[in-house]
Design a protein around this ligand. Sequence first.
Ligand SMILES: *Cc1c(COP(=O)(O)O)cnc(C)c1O
Length: 383
Amino acid sequence: MTQASDPRIETLLAHGPGRDAASGGVVPPIQPSTTYFRNEDYALAADGHLYGRDDLPIPADLDALLARLEGVADAIALPSGMAAIAAVFRAVPRGATVLIQSGIYWGTTGFLRQFCPKNGLGMVEVDATDAAMLAAAIAREKPHLVFLEVPSNPWLRVADIEAAAQAARAAGALLAVDATVATPVHMKAASLGADIVVHSATKALNGHSDVLAGVVASDHVEADWWHAIRGERRQAGAMLGPFEAWLLIRGLRTLALRAERMAANAQAIAEFLAGHSKIEAVHYPGLKTHPDHALAISQMTGGFGGLLSFQIRGDAAATLAVAGRLELITRATSLGGVESLIEHRQSVEPPETGMPENLLRLSVGIEHVDDLIADLNNAFAAI
Ligand SMILES: *Cc1c(COP(=O)(O)O)cnc(C)c1O
């Protein structure tokens, strides 16, 4: 049996950072003050707060909660997922090489293609879906940092984190994993060997499409690079605001339930799509036919997340016609919210990514799954 002092993830999340001793409130207060007064003797109040960028009370509680969720020693909340990813790469020394998984979230790839050359970093993009090929690339390039996205967005490929961690360790490289699509409910990237875990908390962690936030987490609290990443907030000013932090804490309280429902809905929808005559391909690691299904089972627990992509039998016009016919599922970017969202990725990515014209990415929410399937089925009548 687990000790009360070592609660499971559902319990941690439901309780959040806990009660407010000062007021007796069962939820934490919001402290919007950017500065803190001194008394006649020029002393600060007992808990020593000085200035907002140094230590707002809510983000401190939030950091501790995020670290426990990830099962690591430390975590910091940042103002967006991209701020979290930028923090990781800004800590890489000039002249080093970074190895990036290809076919991942375009925001990350597009940013790094600009950032790396400007900051004296060699950037190598590799297909990380073949563990042996990835290990060979790590041994060959001797990168400072390897960056994976597991599962990847929008292709839902699942890289082998344990194999990548082993190869990275042998080459003296750090392994960073963007685990946004999985969430800590379904996958603990650090326990699989990742040195750094990042999340866009804008997605399922907050879950209500109303906060931009990001997370970087690690066990290497003594490392210089961890101090550099932490410094992104206090020194370089990437502070999450108190209102956003408070909303994120509230959203996190239901994460376990939401993730469970989203994954169950996504599994049912993927199976429905896989058997539909108007669908050419479905990309979801929970399907037995997915090339990484066995690996996904070994790395993930309780489901495979709420994101899937599918390709319809038809061209861009037919694909947009299907999206246009949907009544419940909202046409919008982003993922991980309680409401289902659909996006035609080719419309928002530059031509060089080669995104197929017939691909739709579906972020499955917590609605009744029968309503979502009926909405999709009705939309397929458009073609
Ligand atoms: C959305 C997303 C990001 C970027 O996060 P923001 O909060 O939008 O800055 C990074 N990685 C993945 C996998 C994402 O889906």
